[in-house]
Ligand binder design. Sequence first.
Ligand code: SF4
Length: 466
Amino acid sequence: MRPEIKEYNYDWLMGSVLSAASKLANGTQKEIELTYKYIPYFKGVLESFISDGEVGIQILKLFNQYYENILCAHDRGKKIAATTFCCSPSIFYAMDVVPVCAELLTTLGALVWKRGMFDYLDHCGQVGLPETSCSSQRGAMGAFFAGLSESIDFFVCDTPGICDTNANAFAFAASYLDKPYYQLNYPQTIGDDRSQKYHVDDYKEAIRFIEAQTGSKLDYDRLDEILLEVDKQDAIIADLEDMCMLKPSPFSPLYNIAIYAGRFSFCGTREYTKLLSVMLASCQKRATEGVSGLKCGKEKLRAYLFYIDHYTLNMNFWNWFDRHGVAHVGGMLSHHFRDTIGYTKALAGSSYGVDRSSPEHMLESIAQMNARLPMVRMIRGPYDGPSMWLEETLVLAKHFGAECLIYNGTPGCRNTWANVKLMARDLEKHGYPVHIMNDDAFDDRVESWEATRERLEEFFTVRGLL
Ligand code: SF4
């Protein structure tokens, strides 16, 4: 790692940028425009959020709050748990622990820093984590390993069998940093009685582990408050998802990332409910007026991202969609699979409910919610098995009226690269034009944004879509 990168704590760097960004958003339009002249490095990303109005500003505030929680955790007497995006943060909030989601921190760095997360990514290789592992963990973990983050107290993640590279990265990090570690061990199926019980037993063990780290018992009144908030959030997301079905969709491309990034960072907290409420109001207004959420004003095409998005600098990927009239109708990260949602009826075992009637039911609810998070839900078995990746993609693509399907991932993702061409072939047979992106969602050195953009343009042109 270059010495100049080691000069600053990564959490502090990001926290400072986001704190300034969220304050700037409170300024007048004239103040904002003038400030852009003095911050050319950050202008692109800030403009992308602030030009989205109140929703963009709320997202900046949410991320700022996330970093403030991390930076102040130890001063406030709280423990910090490193975790993954396929593990809901709700249980940590219920147990007064500050979650640090490695993938979210990597994503924010990739979107904000022109210099990229490259030094952090490479530092993982230098300390022994294979460079062929998923880059979504490696970015933030590079800062952990270099001692450039707030000190992690313990690790909680999932699971061999769902994603080996994800699970191994956390196992490596806990071992390298010599920290306590708990890994939820999901079985290969969900939805049947045996696996439901296995999930709950495993989850109870995770709670006992967290209790041992904090020295405090889980407070069921607090868990009840968190689940009540989850219930409210799920109802709002259900309304948002209904509106995403409309043509034109009132969603701005930013809304999908807002739904899932908010869920991975603040699920079950009032901060996330506030963000969702602002999004809902904005969507309802556009839906009533019958207008598209795209800034170009006209929806020409609807794309479903059947894996993850591309987190390249300055929100370039989403802005490209915006400019070309492509409505982003979500992806495997953004849809939530609450049992009240219509599309879950076609995907046996894929949904969860919330029952707050007793401590046992609350534990059951939070464990089952955890088991329906992205990847855990649909990449746990053969890609063409019941309710797995292929079936889920077909159901969601139809539900949201997608006209083309796009894959984007990371070269380290053996779970999807092993079968993505078979998947594309099957999806094409169902009539969908499919594009496989060759970049790394978090590392622009693998393929530059310019090359990625040209391949996207080639796809849309050759297939006669735009
Ligand atoms: S993107 Fe792929 S490699 Fe990375 S955590 Fe998800 S399944 Fe694993």
